[in-house]
Write a protein that binds this ligand. Structure first.
Ligand code: FAD
Length: 494
């Protein structure tokens, strides 16, 4: 029997979770995959994910969870609710709802896939902010969920002879042709590797992630007020311009998630990439101080706390935009996060790592400056119920200092924090199957760009105003797999 025609290549650009999921699905559908990754190693920001991946209903949940869709719609806020919006004329509520329905509807199967087919432990379920049920899955062991999922998927992929991974290979341009129908179609990519420029022909899946770490580039362009902030994300250039150059519709590019508390490492205060000071440090009783004084209800939303901090005078900032150009100078605030002995104990699972990293230090109360000691005394009285909190905090976690003389000998945990960028909700408009949609004329609906798919943080429209924690790993798996299967069908001429 003569062999059939060799399958056309599916080119996956970016080796985070979306790219790995797309690669896996494309291989299962019978395609041959070439994964191009800009960094020396795959994993992207996905490998850092620490809370987990959402799914509902799943066999690991105890409750009957039917609210994932409605929670996601609520979190997406005004951008989803708006019937029309000048910046997204053709990507309206029905298109956004279709993405949310796909994400939440396929979430249980995504967890099954990772557990049963890829062999990842996701047996522990937690409830994060904005969720009305526990539905964020991670493993019972020490390996964080992002690393566990990325590592296991990569292992599976490497076993397949039709999978080829090229690291240190940066895609610079999409190749296009005019199709028979007269529209533009994507036919491959141009990339650089080891100083050489090369081209590759095939169906293209773009999975290059967000731009929260591109502080002087895309962030400056779309959210100049946030330019110069440090980030949890790798400091790499955003790639949205490459998609825009072939006609892709970008939406919600100004929707950026910020987090109020990124740790400032005392030994490297100007590092662009920072560790998150987990929300539970405040929830467990931690307070925030500026020049020794509390200034915000620490239990307010991330957005609110971040905005209040950013109205305070920054501790370091580049004076002008011109100075920022090519400079590493960041805009940071000098905020202290302080946990009393009770709050430290409540956060023991995280504290050990932060102390070891030097992000938090233990100090006796008597070693702190007078303004801080006075704030501790006042706040302890609030917690004891002898007076109301002027800032409106009503939940105090495990704080147990009493505001007495005895407190002076006790140890608190203290570290410096500053607002950081964390996630970009905006990106390329896609269909529910991950097809990249092209800008269209007034009144016409958005049409797919032939030969081009996208998944993960590079895409927009799904999260609207705000992404729910745990939903970005999920979108990588759900839309990555959909895009992989679709691109393979196209490449194989089905
Ligand atoms: C500290 C941290 C914790 C997080 N925790 C969670 C969590 O618990 N749960 C959750 O759901 N989400 C979490 N997130 C968010 C989530 O990890 C990311 O949004 C998601 O993983 C993005 O995946 P991705 O595949 O789209 O992009 P990435 O994982 O960022 O991968 C993109 C890849 O594309 C490559 N690339 C970029 N440009 C090019 C180019 N031109 N050519 C070739 N390659 C290119 C990059 O080098 C990178 O490897 C967290 C994020 C961070 C930073």
């Amino acid at each position: 029997m003569s062999p059939g025609p060799a399958p056309q290549t599916i080119i996956v650009v970016g080796g985070g979770l979306a790219g790995l999921s797309a690669s896996y699905a494309a291989l299962r559908a019978g395609g041959a995959v070439r994964l191009l990754e800009r960094a020396e190693r795959p994993g992207g920001n996905s490998i850092k994910a620490s809370s987990g991946i959402n799914g509902a209903p799943t066999r690991f949940q105890r409750d009957q969870d039917t609210a994932f869709y409605s929670d996601t719609v609520r979190s997406a806020g005004a951008r989803l609710a708006a019937e029309a919006d000048a910046s997204t004329t053709h990507f309206r509520r029905p298109e956004r709802e279709a993405l949310v329905a796909t994400l939440t509807g396929a979430s249980g199967k995504a967890i099954d896939f990772l557990v049963d087919e890829i062999g990842v432990d996701l047996s522990v379920v937690a409830q994060l902010g904005g969720h009305s049920f526990p539905r964020t899955h991670r493993g019972a062991g020490k390996l964080p969920p992002g690393a566990a999922i990325v590592t296991a998927l990569l292992e599976k992929l490497k076993q397949d002879p039709k999978f080829e991974l090229s690291t240190a290979s940066e895609v610079k341009r999409l190749l296009t042709q005019i199709s028979d129908a007269g529209s533009r179609k994507v036919t491959g990519v141009e990339f650089t590797s080891a100083g050489q420029t090369a081209t590759l022909q095939g169906a293209v899946i773009f999975t290059t992630g967000g731009f929260a770490g591109d502080t002087w580039g895309l962030l400056q362009k779309h959210r100049p007020d946030l330019a110069g902030l440090p980030s949890t994300n790798d400091p790499r250039p955003g790639t949205h311009g490459l998609l825009e150059a072939v006609g892709a519709q970008l939406i919600d590019m100004d929707s950026v998630q910020i987090h109020p508390t990124g740790f400032v490492q005392p030994s490297d205060p100007d590092a662009r990439v920072k560790f998150l000071a987990a929300e539970m440090l405040r929830g467990g009783g931690g307070i925030l101080l500026h020049r020794g004084r509390r200034f915000v209800n620490e239990m307010e939303t991330r957005e609110h706390v971040s905005h209040v901090i950013m109205k305070l005078p920054p501790s370091s900032t580049a004076a002008t935009a011109a100075e920022k150009e090519g400079s590493e100078s960041l805009t940071q605030w000098d905020i202290q996060l302080l946990l009393d002995p009770g709050a430290c104990e409540a956060a023991a699972s995280h504290i050990g790592f932060y102390l070891w990293k030097g992000l938090l230090a233990k100090k006796k109360v008597k070693e702190l400056d007078e303004a801080t000691r006075e704030s501790i005394r006042e706040y302890s009285q609030v917690v004891a119920g002898t007076k109301p909190d002027a800032l409106g905090r009503k939940v105090f976690g495990s704080w147990r200092l009493q505001g007495t003389e005895e407190d002076e000998e006790l140890e608190v945990c203290i570290g410096r924090v500053t607002p950081i960028t964390h996630f970009t909700m905006g990106g390329a408009a896609i269909s529910s199957k991950g097809h990249v949609l092209a800008k269209s004329d007034e009144g016409a609906s958005l049409k797919p760009i032939e030969g081009l798919w996208a998944a993960g943080e590079i895409t927009g429209g799904l999260h609207g105003d705000n992404r729910l924690g745990g939903s970005s790993l999920l979108e990588c798996v759900v839309f990555g797999r959909a895009a992989g299967a679709e691109a393979a069908s196209y490449a194989l001429g089905r």
